[in-house]
Design a protein. Structure first.
Length: 256
């Protein structure tokens, strides 16, 4: 049995590839939307319960998991660390699939290490702050003293749970763009203009996360970009292509 942390598009596609070549697969997600997307793969076992290190150890043991594929989001540092710890303790092979970052060659791009720094830098660069960092990080900006007198616009997934969370943070419809990506450069330009963005705050989630078109749009308009760096993690085993994942699986689970 293979367990895959599949909270991303790449994770779902990897789960499908592994199923296609005959492996039994458990895919783990933490949102109802992610669960719905995974249901397109017949035969896939889905776990929708959040698991910390101890929870992972119990779950992996109970389900006789023989290999762990970590295809979680590049910024899901806690999940990756818990997964590695659990796999070490159980002596289960672990491989991290890491999507490539987008090269940033823009003089108005500013790298920061966390969301608090991003809020501070964003506040320095403009009054209208356009957030594309995901709904889970919005609180750090809403509560930041550096953005107290600023206008914040957030772009989020259009799901009921996420919208409810944004409303609980005090955001009103005029501050919320509920759309699912990917977004073209042209659409990003239109949205930046429509909401009078002074500065864009984002993460380097790779091309599949739309980082390239966000940057292109900002550059076209001459807008500064605050980029939250990926967390620094020493993965036990990291690869960058699906083929490398499949080769690792074939090596550790021969005869499948």
């Amino acid at each position: 049995m293979i367990f895959i942390a599949a909270g991303t598009q790449d994770g779902r596609e990897l789960a499908g590839r592994l199923l296609k070549i005959g492996h039994p697969v458990i895919a783990s997600v933490v949102s109802s939307y992610g669960e719905k997307l995974l249901k397109q793969y017949p035969g896939l076992i889905i776990n929708d319960k959040p698991l910390d290190e101890e929870g992972l150890i119990e779950y992996l043991s109970e389900n006789q998991v023989g290999l762990f594929v970590d295809a979680s989001h590049p910024y899901a540092a806690n999940l990756s660390q818990n997964a590695m710890n659990a796999c070490r303790r159980l002596n289960i092979p672990y491989v991290r699939y890491e999507r490539q970052s987008v090269p940033v060659a823009y003089k108005k791009a500013y790298a920061v290490t966390n969301y608090e720094e991003a809020a501070k830098k964003g506040g320095e660069l403009g009054r209208n702050v356009f957030l594309t960092t995901g709904s889970r990080n919005v609180r750090a900006f809403i509560t930041s003293p550096d953005l107290r007198d600023h206008e914040i616009v957030v772009r989020i997934l259009p799901t009921a749970d996420v919208l409810k969370e944004m409303e609980s943070l005090g955001l009103t419809p005029k501050n919320i763009i509920a759309l699912q990506g990917p977004f073209s450069t042209e659409l990003n330009i239109a949205l930046y203009k429509q909401y009078r963005a002074d500065v864009i705050v984002t993460k380097n989630s790779g091309e599949i996360g739309g980082t390239d078109t966000k940057l292109e749009a900002a550059m076209a308009l001459g807008l500064p970009v605050v980029m939250v760096d990926r967390p620094r993690i020493e993965y036990d085993k990291v690869v960058y292509t699906f083929d490398e994942v499949l080769r690792f699986v074939a090596e550790k689970l021969p005869g499948k």
